[in-house]
Design a protein. Structure first.
Length: 265
């Protein structure tokens, strides 16, 4: 195991799913032969996007920078978000509708813009910030889901530490795995799905499972995949009730083990 994956494993907090008050909608889906998964909120429990997570950013940043002298009095977390927004804006100007950042580049700009000496190991710094503000742990059944004979891929918004999470928790990595940070394009755009299909089977034979109706179900549906909405944790479930324009999934799971009920095995 790599040193950074070992660091992740050592600092992983205990987590249990917080059940969603929703009944599963399960039925056999004809014609499906393959499973493709989202990661965060689907195979990995995550608190990203919650109010608690947002409130942690400032205190976490200042705790990690406690040895730095003369830290500015303005919000460091807002400054970080502004750097990300600026990067997104530049990418949109170049024609990318749903851009992704490379977080290591963002951190380099963060230190340079504040005239602070960067840490000796910026990857470790970025990793520590992420696991302190967005703790993750596999859902029950995640390893079994990734080991299922029908599983052929992952399509996920991600950063350099995402593969380290899989390594830290000894989760198998499917051959057809596509991460947003490598191409600088994110979901809900269809770029990663289209790239997947260049090497993968026809979309109508694929069942894509994700926790977000906008970021997961909509783009997968747009390119012809069958879809499943995963409602396994209140912290990460994104049903988007105000978006009546979004497509409905073919099924709804409340635990990963239920996926076998959708396949003609």
């Amino acid at each position: 195991m790599s040193p950074l994956a070992r660091l992740l494993r050592k600092n992983a907090l205990p987590m249990v799913p917080q059940p969603v008050d929703l009944s599963p909608s399960l039925k056999k889906i004809d014609g499906v032969r393959y499973l493709v998964w989202d990661l965060y909120g689907t195979l990995l429990m995550s608190s990203a996007g919650t109010d608690q997570n947002a409130s942690l950013h400032e205190t976490t940043l200042r705790s990690l920078l406690i040895d730095s002298s003369e830290l500015p009095h303005f919000s460091l977390s807002v400054h970080l978000r502004n750097l990300i927004a600026q990067d997104h804006a530049r990418s949109r100007k170049s024609g990318i509708d749903f851009p992704e950042v490379n977080i290591l580049e963002i951190w380099s700009r963060f230190f340079k813009s504040l005239d602070l000496s960067p840490p000796s190991n910026i990857e470790e710094f970025a990793l520590r910030f992420d696991f302190m503000t967005n703790p993750c742990r596999p859902f029950p059944g995640a390893k079994k889901a990734l080991s299922h004979p029908a599983t052929i891929g992952l399509i996920s918004n991600a950063q350099f530490y995402t593969p380290l999470l899989l390594e830290a928790f000894s989760l198998p990595v499917p051959k057809l795995t596509f991460y947003s940070y490598l191409d600088r394009q994110a979901k809900p755009g269809t770029f990663l799905f289209e790239k997947f299909l260049k090497d993968g089977p026809p979309p109508e034979e694929i069942l894509y499972i994700g926790n977000d109706l906008l970021n997961d179900i909509a783009p997968a549906h747009r390119i012809g995949m069958r879809t499943v909405l995963f409602a396994g944790d209140t912290r990460s479930f994104r049903p988007r009730p105000r978006r009546s324009d979004l497509p409905r999934p073919d099924a709804i799971l409340t635990s990963l083990e239920q996926v076998k009920q959708l396949l003609n095995e």
